[in-house]
Design a protein around this ligand. Structure first.
Ligand code: ADP
Ligand code: MG
Length: 241
């Protein structure tokens, strides 16, 4: 279990998260939901240790090692350099090399794991293509294959449904559901409340802080949706960070 206590994150004068508290459990598929600029990506980055909180803390269950060693992270697609000249296969293999360290050449076991990951996300046929030649949905599936190849116990995904057609969205949600059912901790950022309510165990509504959390039945109410998506919390911040 991952516990987030009163997490506050600032970027200079910009308050991105203000005393946000929540928990993420193994075997559960949790969605972090909120509008643009709500602090969703910041919450994932704090879990990864990529941003330093100005106060509050993140606590792991006793016996767990550093979160970074057991996490697979899928960043927002826009945050990546798709002009980088690598193939689908090489991109998915990064899920292995990142774990093994650069000095170890990937072995037969690594190639088997990458092959299976590419098959699971239905992009194995594209393995020799350069990533810049792919559609948005294909790119997202390559990122998911890289995530699966990592064989991590905690999966953090930032907007994996954005820029993806409806049938691919369904497949992505089914895949993540399956990962949680196998005992992994799955946390996905999205602004798609409908999809989240249908597939996730827990919803965490975020707009600068955690406004509501619980099962979809508990959380998905008109009052909560209004409170989360009304612009009054945000001022005029529409950054696509
Ligand atoms: P979300 O992912 O919900 O759209 P973010 O966590 O990316 O929101 O951003 C939360 C707030 O912090 C926004 O107002 C955004 O403009 C600001 N922000 C995010 N990253 C940075 C950064 N690196 N420098 C300055 N401000 C940032
Ligand atoms: Mg974001």
């Amino acid at each position: 279990m991952i516990r987030v206590h009163d997490l506050t994150v600032r970027y200079g004068a910009q308050l991105a998260l203000d005393a946000a508290s929540t928990t993420f459990e193994a075997g559960q598929f949790t969605a972090i939901i909120g509008p643009n600029g709500a602090g969703k990506s910041t919450l994932l980055k704090a879990l990864l240790g990529l941003v330093e909180p100005s106060s509050g803390r993140i606590e792991l269950e006793a016996g767990q090692t550093r979160l970074r060693d057991q996490v697979a992270y899928v960043p927002q697609q826009q945050a990546l350099d798709w002009a980088f000249p690598v193939t689908v296969w090489d991109t998915a293999m990064m899920g292995r090399t990142a774990r093994l360290g650069w000095l170890r050449w990937p072995g037969r076991q690594d190639r088997r794991i990458v092959t299976e990951a590419l098959q699971q996300t239905e992009v194995h046929d594209l393995r020799d293509r350069p990533i810049q030649a792919l559609s948005g949905g294909q790119r997202q599936r390559v990122l998911l294959a890289r995530m699966l190849a990592r064989q991590a116990s905690v999966l953090l995904l930032d907007e994996p449904l954005t820029g993806v057609d409806a049938s691919t969205q369904e497949r992505i949600m089914a895949l993540l559901r399956q990962q949680a059912d196998q005992g992994r901790t799955v946390v996905m950022v999205t602004h798609d409340l409908e999809a989240a309510a249908r597939w996730c165990d827990r919803l965490v509504l975020v707009n600068r802080t955690v406004l509501a959390q619980g099962t979809p039945d508990q959380v998905y109410t008109p009052a909560n949706v209004e409170a989360t998506f009304s612009s009054s919390h945000l001022g005029h911040s529409h950054a696509q960070a």
